[in-house]
Design a binder for this molecule. Structure first.
Ligand SMILES: [Fe+2]
Ligand SMILES: [Fe+2]
Length: 380
């Protein structure tokens, strides 16, 4: 006969499925702990629930730290106990635990039955009974999830052990997923940084210009109501929008005076060149397409394809406005400086013909309120 009723099993399953969905939604490991520990204290009716994680100490030795904890009313928390931070599991007398964890086993029971070295440490935390399960992530021992009972001796029900083991399993999977995502994110930003520093080496003004175009675009995008996900893609497109110019001769990028018609034709290949550089990069947004279209105009008079209106992605239309604004209003050594008023006038005159009127009016509003192209406008 099971030690628990059908009712309890049903509540336990609900707790597990709620925990699973919290774990699936979690974006950071820290939030994950907070989210799942507190319901466990009341559901399992225990004194403490906590997570310890391991890090490598001397070769072959694992050190451990408590990283999260939830306690029942009247129970002394241990999260600030210095003995539980960065300690050597084996030196502290917990070799048996490490061996059990490595076999995927649980440590459970009344601490009166534990070896004296373990008992000495556990008694200082008023623990009478304990249940601890390993957390494994990506095949490696990551840490452990445990519950303490300080108020009475207690025998742990199979159901409690089952819940804790399953939550540890879910935690291990979630940690693996978050670590993988973080490392993917890191390599992704690495690619973006390499590309933009290549631009900078070719032309320092171009890097500065691109960073400002990215910043202005995001401010416009925010006002237009784009999601934070879309804004991230827009920012990257801004940073990389002129990357195609890397393939053009440096002289035509920075030479004062008028360009010849052949030079203009060459310059106008930069969106297509960018498209070819970026089209195989697996961004989560169609960054290559946005950049391909950043010189297309609403009325079809832009390049490279002369597409018009709705055929131009919103992100590309934003980039186009941000690009022209930045280019007109900022100083370049190879041409006379123009003013923000010039940029404003040009945008107004081109609203509805070259540029999307909604985007122009947002850009002008941002300009008029010194939110962009102003030295003090670094905050939105
Ligand atoms: Fe461009
Ligand atoms: Fe540009």
């Amino acid at each position: 006969m099971p030690e628990y009723s059908n009712k309890m099993a049903e509540v336990a399953l609900r707790l597990l499925s709620e925990t699973a969905s919290k774990i699936l939604r979690s974006q950071t490991i820290e939030f994950l702990y907070e989210d799942i520990l507190s319901p466990l204290v009341s559901f399992l009716d225990v004194s403490r629930v906590y997570v310890f994680i391991f890090c490598n100490g001397e070769p072959g030795r694992l050190r451990s730290s408590q990283v999260a904890e939830c306690v029942a009313e009247g129970i002394v928390p241990q999260i600030d106990n210095p003995r539980l931070q960065n300690f050597d599991m084996e030196a502290m007398g917990f070799t048996r635990w490490m061996q059990a964890f490595n076999r995927g086993e649980t440590i459970v029971g009344d601490i009166r039955d534990f070896p004296s070295k373990e008992r000495d440490v556990l008694e200082t935390q008023d623990i009478k009974s304990i249940l601890v399960v390993p957390i494994v992530s990506d095949g490696e021992l990551f840490g452990f999830l445990g519950v303490d009972e300080c108020r009475k001796e207690r025998s742990w029900q199979d159901l409690t052990v089952f819940i804790l083991r399953n939550i540890a399993l879910l935690l291990g999977n979630a940690i693996e997923r978050i670590k993988l995502r973080d490392s993917l994110n890191q390599s992704f930003w690495c690619v973006v940084n390499i590309l933009s520093s290549l631009t900078e080496r070719k032309d320092p003004y171009m890097a500065e210009h691109s960073a400002r175009v990215a910043e202005i675009s995001v401010k416009i995008g925010k006002r237009l109501g784009l999601s934070s996900f879309a804004l991230e893609g827009l920012y990257i497109a801004g940073i990389l929008h002129d990357i195609g110019k890397m393939l053009l001769p440096a002289e035509i990028l920075s030479r004062p005076g008028k360009l010849t018609s052949q030079e203009i034709a060459l310059l106008q290949t930069h969106p297509s060149e960018a498209f070819h550089i970026l089209k195989d990069v697996q961004f989560p947004w169609p960054v290559a397409e946005f950049i391909y279209q950043h010189h297309e105009y609403l009325d079809g008079s832009g390049y490279p394809h002369g597409v018009k209106g709705e055929q131009i992605a919103t992100e590309a239309r934003i980039l186009g406005v941000a690009d022209v604004l930045e280019a007109i209003a900022s100083h370049r050594p190879y041409r006379p400086a123009r003013t923000i008023a010039d940029a404003r006038l040009f945008l107004k005159q081109s609203s509805g013909t070259l540029f999307d009127p909604r985007i122009v009016s947002i850009a002008i509003d941002l300009l008029d309120n010194q939110k962009i192209l102003d030295p003090d406008s670094s905050n939105p």
